[in-house]
Ligand binder design. Structure first.
Ligand code: ARG
Length: 277
């Protein structure tokens, strides 16, 4: 029997829209703390019901985006390659994530100082390949370094639409040969590479991509998204997955949703290395 999936989250005690570093964020549209708390708890419960064990990193005042643990690092077995955030506003999160990971048995590695890298938000395994989003946040050069550290093939994908500034906002591997994607977030080359390398690609339409349909958390066969992703959920059901929705609008205000609020600590379902002995 495989061990329980492990996920890192951060309670939204100090969450808010305090600066604007992506196309979604506007200080004129603040988050409502009580609603954000309820929605975050709802996600946590949904993931626990799906079978995940949740670990928590302690929230910190002055770090409103610390809730988005997907950006902390990329995890490969006991190796965590730590984020180096592009925006100064988020760089204070790095020591928090570093301390948590080092204190919980991970070997923490860094990318060189002159490259930016935003963790699992921009680097996702599908089978043996690490798909890596670049341009808006992470640098393509950093991904090459990560490929060397991990000893795996890295496929860089340029992100061309500012609303889909992290790869996990427009691409979500479900299992080794299957992924969800929103074609409009990529250039022709990116779309072609995805079609060539991922045998089953489930396409999301723009209205649902805007609801963060691609920002899904995968726990076994359960796929958890924000509300308003009905067509995707139907496609998932037809393919034998169990879609679940939970409202996350307060986090959409910051440009994040289900997946952004989680970091899988034991390897994503789609990572081939996870199942190999
Ligand atoms: N406000 C955060 C930022 O702009 C949201 C991060 C969302 N995370 C993600 N993995 N897509 O950095």
């Amino acid at each position: 029997m495989s061990p329980k999936p492990r996920i890192l989250m951060c309670p939204p005690d100090f969450y808010g829209i305090e600066y604007e570093i992506n196309a979604w964020m506007s200080r004129a549209r603040p988050a409502e703390s009580a609603v954000a708390r309820e929605q975050w708890e709802g996600l946590r419960r949904t993931l626990e019901t799906a079978g995940a064990t949740i670990s928590l990193v302690e929230p910190r005042p002055g770090l409103p985006d610390l809730v988005f643990t997907a950006n902390a690092a990329i995890i490969y077995r006991d190796l965590a390659v730590l984020a180096h955030f592009r925006h100064r506003e988020r760089q204070g999160e790095q020591p928090c994530f570093e301390a948590w990971l080092a204190g919980h048995g991970f070997r923490v590695e860094r990318v060189p100082d002159d490259v930016y890298f935003e963790g699992a938000g921009d680097a996702l395994f599908c089978g043996d390949t690490l798909f890596a989003g670049y341009r808006m946040r992470s640098d393509a050069r950093g991904h090459q370094r990560i490929g060397e550290l991990l000893g795996c093939r890295v496929i860089p994908l340029e992100l061309v639409d500012p609303y889909y500034y992290h790869l996990d906002t427009c691409f979500c591997p479900l299992q080794r040969d299957t992924a969800i994607y929103f074609p409009g977030a990529f250039d022709d080359y990116g779309r072609q590479v995805l079609r060539e390398l991922v045998p089953t690609l489930i396409e999301v339409e723009e209205a649902e991509a805007r609801r963060f349909a691609c920002n899904a958390v995968v726990v076994g066969k359960t796929v958890v998204t924000n509300t308003g992703c009905t067509k995707l959920h139907q496609q998932l059901s037809e393919r034998g997955f169990t879609p679940r929705e939970t409202p996350l609008d307060e986090f959409v205000k910051a440009g994040g949703s289900a997946k952004c609020l989680t970091l899988r600590l034991d390897g994503e379902e789609a990572a081939a290395w996870k199942v190999r002995v």
